[in-house]
Design a protein around this ligand. Structure first.
Ligand SMILES: [Mg+2]
Length: 127
């Protein structure tokens, strides 16, 4: 088993992989975003046409394939973040904090509603 790597170390591995193949020239922001979405769709493909226990069983039997596709998604996230000069760890921490505000425990616990279901009517400034 590989020792745990930081996001920065994983990014360095990806950058070396890309540099060694001279692929940076193809990695426009648009094509990277497109690739991220295509890889996310490959994750979803593992669930296509399956429900409930059959889906659970399929995912159990497809752990390597699921890991491969999740890795493909994360690879693009890390490359996009690197190229767009986004510190993805900082972005994640900030986003978790934003989600904590959007989804207060008192209102969201045990509910699957979108945050808009918790928004309260705010009185108009003039009335
Ligand atoms: Mg893939």
């Amino acid at each position: 088993m590989t020792p745990p790597l930081t996001l920065a170390q994983l990014t360095e591995l990806l950058l070396k992989f890309r540099r060694d193949r001279d692929w940076e020239q193809f990695h426009t922001a648009k094509d990277q975003m497109l690739s991220l979405t295509l890889e996310a769709a490959e994750v979803l493909e593992l669930a296509q046409w399956r429900e409930g226990d059959a889906l659970d069983q399929h995912l159990l039997q497809s752990k390597e394939a699921l890991g491969d596709e999740l890795a493909d998604v994360l690879n693009w996230v890390l490359l996009i973040a690197h190229d767009q000069k986004i510190n993805i760890a900082d972005a994640m921490v900030k986003k978790i904090a934003k989600n904590a505000i959007k989804y207060p425990i008192a209102e969201a616990k045990g509910r699957a509603d979108k945050y808009t279901a918790y928004q309260r009517e705010t009185p108009d400034a003039g009335s």
